[in-house]
Design a protein. Sequence first.
Length: 151
Amino acid sequence: MTTLEEARAQLRTLATDGTRCPCCEQHVKIWKRKMNRMVAASLLWLGKQHAAGRTWVRVADAPRKLDMRGEFTKARYWGLIVRAPNDHGQKRTSGLWRLTDGGHEFVFRGGTNPDAVFVFNNKVLRFSEKSITIDEALGVDFSYADLVRSA
C-alpha cells in the first residue's frame, strides 16, 4: 500500500511529463506556459484601453484576432492582469480585466518578466530563471507541441 507521502513524492517526479495520480486516477501534469506573442499583444491592447481611460475592460470587446479568451488569461500567472470581482450572481465571472502595476511596468516601462511559468492545477509552482521583455515576447509564437512537451 502506498502512503500519501509516497504518492506525493511519485507525483512530483512524474508530473513533469504527465501521469495518473495513484490516489484519484486524475491525469496530473505540470504545464510550462511561455510568455508568447498572443499574451503580449493582448496585454498591449489592454494597456491601450487603460490609457484611453477605461479602468476595467470587457474581454469580449477585444478584436477577434487577439484571442482574448484563450492565451490572454494566462497573463494572470505572471501577476500582470487581474479580473474584477463578480457582482452579478447570475454570471460565472465579471468578464472585466485590467493591468496590474506589474503589467503596466511590463507593457509600458520596459520591465521584464520570467519567460515561462510552471503551473499545476491552475496554481503557479515556479518561474523560469530567464527573463523576457514585451518586445521579445511579441516575437515568440505559441506552440501547442512545446506546451505538451513542457516542464
